[in-house]
Design a protein around this ligand. Sequence first.
Ligand code: FES
Length: 516
Amino acid sequence: METNQNTRDGRNQSLWQKNTTPTADQTPFNPSKTYDVLVVGAGITGLTTALLLQKAGLQCVVADAHNLGYGTTGGTTAHINTFADTTYAEVESAFSKDAARQFAESIAESVELIHELVETYQIDCDFEWKNGYVYSQNEQETKELDDILDSSIRAGVEVRVTNQVPVTVEYQKAIVFDRQAQFHPLKYILGLQSQFSNLGGVVLEDTFIQDVKTEEGVHIASAGSAQIRTKAIVYATHIPPGGINVLHFRNAPYRSYVIAATLTYDAYPDGLVYDMQEPYHYFRTHVIDGQKYLVAGGHDHKTGHGDPQQSFEDLISFTKQCYPVKEVVTQWSAQYYVPADGLPYIGKLPGAPDGIYTATGFNGNGMILGTVSAMVLSDLILQGESEYKSLYDPARIKPIAGFTEIIKENADVVARFVGDRLGLEEIESVSQLPEDSGEIVEYDGQKLAIYKDPHGNIQALDPVCTHAKCIVHWNNSEKSWDCPCHGARFDTDGTVLTGPARENLTRIEANIPTNQ
Ligand code: FES
């Protein structure tokens, strides 16, 4: 494994990238061997799954197109909760009371599994037990809070009313969940990877799986000229990559915004704190190199919609109303997928050959639901069964009314741009574009994605997403082209940053400095 610095799928650095470098443990890859499991994606889902399987005696390979934690695990706020964005009341209503109890049980098991792995392997990842506080600020929110309280109790979760929330704003009612936790997500997954490697597991970074063929029960995954032979594949890529899959239409991509700030005095919250606004905000404290940071998140919106810079400004201004902010040290955003019926999809990938699995639709609860996925997938692979198999079955059909509209309204699908060269006249007309920014422009009814770099050079791309032909949108904060349909993201030169797309955006020849 290479020891490159951890990077992320955007220009902004997350707090977790500060002073964190991957370990250099290596187990050599054997191209002629048929491995038991190839796990695609080295975030919390992939590495936990791989560790559980390797520990059980299977021979596994983890392949990531970039580096460990490159995707959402490197940009999470790392809250470990016994409640989720989909409330137990919502699960009761969309599924059943039993389903809500099962959802709660699987979440509780995942919290304990994280703690057990930290303890067993002595992973130095700043793991701490914390209380989790949710508070309401008006009648409507209090009604919803009561719903959360009652349904959580029915689902068997420990929660009670409190009047002590570590926040300076006024609130009407508050509840507290015991035995929540927090950790440093990159340090945690680096610890998982280290144990996985010690057990003989293979980690391949910079390995982009572009194609998978199945021959006589063996899957052959290609990454450039390299091939990995395996009996099973787990796509731990946040959304399954490649061709259009039914899951791409049952999950809507969202962006969430985060800042890390220092405060003028020690008002850092001792706990995990959530309000109930729409969109909601969440806060916690993390200490890095002896310095306390307030980690505040929120102002989420659908990928490719909204204005990322504005979201940061709104988040900063809101945080200042709640805490005495001295300095915003860093800010970043991350992506998550909202599932159609509220529950994640974990199990066999619909429409794929036997032995191919996926896990997606974690909402904003990637740490716990990524770990739930590892529990479920490792059981399915090792025993062919999991007590949660039906609950999380990716082939279930249970769309919630209105969700189809969320997907449909993203679908800005157009005819493919056929030209491959951008003329001087067009370049002239984008010379007003600010440096280090992008824009979708239209010439003769055909759209182009234009980016001007800090030196004034123009990079033009066909803005038609290579996954299913939606038009990408400019992300003015992470400096990327984001697809509103299923969340694929591309660098300014068209390179895939995150799936489901496997092909880069087509480049249009136009690398001519505008100042010439
Ligand atoms: Fe599916 Fe772009 S991610 S069309």
